[in-house]
Design a protein around this ligand. Structure first.
Ligand code: FPP
Length: 239
């Protein structure tokens, strides 16, 4: 099947990608972990381009979890630096009509990172192409708890009724409000878990776990994951 026709033949609106395996990639080569992350950033850029070329409407990349702060300071700093240089690049190019959105808590992030997030979102706000969400300082449980607190405040002030607070409407209290539910989660590196990633949004997602480490992830791997998704029988609890 032609590359261009793959996504058209699948009913797929939103893919989540857990970029895992940078540390092991570096370890295998006796390199510092931060070099694994910079190689991972290259794989991220190339995967982003492939998603645009394939015509995927929305993709969310897991770049930094709320649990990742427990890593050594040098590693955390290198991830912040990588993130900032990616943002500089995006702002210089504003290419491919991509709409950027950052999901996660911004409060504890360095000022420079927060500022770049705001600038990049504002710069790409008028774009009409693919949504690229980057989960940075993101945790799925925290997202749901924050959403519930927000809903409780609106209920207290009389702006929302209990009847209005249903599964469909609750999505508007999440970072991903107005984005479609996740259809497919791809996790490379051989690990088979969700790690607090988009736990609400992926309630009915299909999961494809792959043995490749993230820095080695290619367009062929992405296409293979999509083809595997195409074979799944999604019943959403029906028969
Ligand atoms: C998990 O691999 C990966 C991360 C915690 C960071 C992911 C970040 C990138 C790919 C950098 C690019 C991101 C942006 C937005 C520029 P790991 O370190 O847990 O790997 P391991 O399980 O093999 O140790």
């Amino acid at each position: 099947m032609d590359k261009e026709n793959i996504v058209g033949s699948l009913d797929i609106k939103h893919i989540g990608i857990i970029m895992d395996g940078n540390g092991r990639w570096a370890k295998k080569r006796f390199l510092p972990r931060k070099l694994g992350h910079s190689q991972g950033a290259k794989a991220f850029r190339s995967c982003l381009n492939s998603c645009v070329e394939l015509g995927i409407p929305c993709v969310t990349f897991y770049a930094f979890s709320t649990e990742n702060w427990s890593r050594p300071k040098e590693e955390v700093d290198s991830l912040m630096k990588l993130f900032c240089s990616f943002m500089d690049e995006m702002m210089k190019l504003n290419s491919k009509n991509i709409r950027l959105r950052f999901i996660g808590s911004r409060d504890s992030l360095p000022g420079e990172v927060r500022q770049k997030m705001e600038e990049a979102e504002a710069m790409s706000a008028e774009n009409t192409g693919m949504w690229c969400c980057i989960a940075f300082n993101y945790g799925g449980r925290e997202e749901i708890v924050n959403g519930a607190k927000h809903a409780a405040e609106l209920y207290k002030s009389g702006e929302i009724t209990l009847e209005e607070l249903n599964e469909k409407n609750f999505s508007r209290f999440l970072y991903t409000s107005d984005l479609p539910d996740v259809d497919l989660v791809i996790r490379p590196s051989g690990e088979k878990r969700l790690s607090n990633f988009l736990i609400w949004q992926s309630a009915y997602a299909e999961f494809v776990f792959m043995d490749v480490l993230w820095p080695d992830f290619t367009e062929r791997d992405l296409i293979n994951a999509l083809l595997e998704y195409g074979k799944r029988d999604r019943r959403f609890g029906g028969v």
